[in-house]
Design a protein around this ligand. Sequence first.
Ligand SMILES: NC(=O)C1=CN([C@@H]2O[C@H](COP(=O)(O)OP(=O)(O)OC[C@H]3O[C@@H](n4cnc5c(N)ncnc54)[C@H](O)[C@@H]3O)[C@@H](O)[C@H]2O)[C@H](O)CC1
Ligand SMILES: [K+]
Length: 496
Amino acid sequence: MHDVPHEIITVAQMYAADRFAAEHGVPTLNLMEAAGRAVADLVLRRKPKPGPVVVLCGPGNNGGDGFVVARLLKARGWPVTVALLGARDALKGDAAINAGRWSGETVPLSPAALAGAELVVDALYGAGLSRLLEGVARDTVMALNNHTAQVVAIDVPSGLHGDLGRAYDGLCVAADATVTFFRKKPAHVLMPGRIACGPVTLAQIGIPDEAIEAIKPALFVNGKRLWGRAYPKPDPRAHKYAHGHAVVVSGPAHATGAARLAARGALRIGAGLVSVASPRAAVDVNAKHLTAIMVKPFDGAEGLAQLLSDKRYNAVAIGPGVGVGEATRAMVYAVLDSDRAAVLDADALTSFAGETEALFGSALGKSVLTPHEGEFERLFPGLLKSSSSRIDAVRTAAAQAGCVVLLKGPDTTVAAPDGRVSINTNAPPYLGTAGSGDVLAGFILGLLAQHMEPFLAASAAVWMHGLAATQFGPGLIAEDLPEQVPAILRRLYEEI
Ligand SMILES: NC(=O)C1=CN([C@@H]2O[C@H](COP(=O)(O)OP(=O)(O)OC[C@H]3O[C@@H](n4cnc5c(N)ncnc54)[C@H](O)[C@@H]3O)[C@@H](O)[C@H]2O)[C@H](O)CC1
Ligand SMILES: [K+]
């Protein structure tokens, strides 16, 4: 398994990691030197030929890192200008020491300082308590964002809040690349911060890994590191029933495609058997389009309950195409009463708008709710707005619902009621296509059927979904997604 750490730490946890290092005998000055060196290395990789570099240094330790970069590049013969915000003698601690080690001039920070730069190092502000960019810092960042020089940001693009993943008023440095230290921060993975960062390089600067055990982060970059060990692997002794029997509830005759997309997703991702539970009036159309996937007729909530009394069905998805209203609510309760692992998506969520109390009071424990933002708002009115970030919103939602909640988007966030959260970063924009959510529901269903726990199943499914789309590329339609799974699995089994 590749070994890029997958834990994400908050700004407060970053300072705790710093303290942990200091308490374990690592001088903070060494951390700053290593941080600066990592940035200088990235600059040299991105621009092997020397050219005019401007380092924008702020008043704190982020600026201190900038002075290290300036010194290291100058030592290699690069023409370096340091543009400093504030007075040199106002710098403190390690930043002051590194300003002292800078043998060159500093010019006052201003848009004019950018003249002639081919590369700019942004060391104005780091992940430290951020607020609005003001005054000359603001003017310079605005000028920088209209400048042709490539920009390498230290820790986070200045103005971007490390925990929130956005700038307070939208203004932050638009970097071409960012170097951060020890572990990623929320701003590197949440939108729109992720875009402002460009590709993020994670550098280890001497903070002992044991700091992570002390901090115990509950936030993760979604990927193999998170769920690889729990991912169902082929077992030559296993019977197809060992891989579960997944059920997707179909909509009425005019709305059956969504269920079939989900069913195909579940089958491709490895569920042993998949059935579409179909209203009798839709059996014909479902049967005409299905081969390996079975069709099981039922009518109404009672019929569904009866169907699910067969214990071989171990995971159920309901929502895509089923319609909004009382009939759907009754079917959802039939699913929940059956005590199966369940995916509640689309209409199964919208049907509970304004009636979430009863839903959240029922046995949701083995379920995954998969809202997009609109559906999330219907289930948890005002929560996205009142939360400081998407992470907090989805974490609160999972605690309220008592089950795993997955909020879809370019930074799909999955939260468990125990506080764990994963953020996905591999989804390409063309995933926003009709039916793609139905396939995602099917992927989650297929992994639940194979006995993966809901948080890891949902996270793994989101990652597979993003990779499937990336692998197919532009022109993607939902039908293509399940067909990408075999190639992904072939590699995945070798890596986990
Ligand atoms: N373990 C590590 O990751 C290490 C990180 N290093 C670098 O240190 C900075 C954090 O340094 P800090 O001095 O705490 O914060 P800043 O430099 O970001 O800010 C200084 C100062 O400015 C105030 N401030 C923040 N944002 C704004 C703003 N938008 N407008 C005005 N003022 C602002 C803030 O309140 C502070 O008082 C980290 O990012 C790394 O680059 C170490 O070098 C090595 C270890
Ligand atoms: K910065």
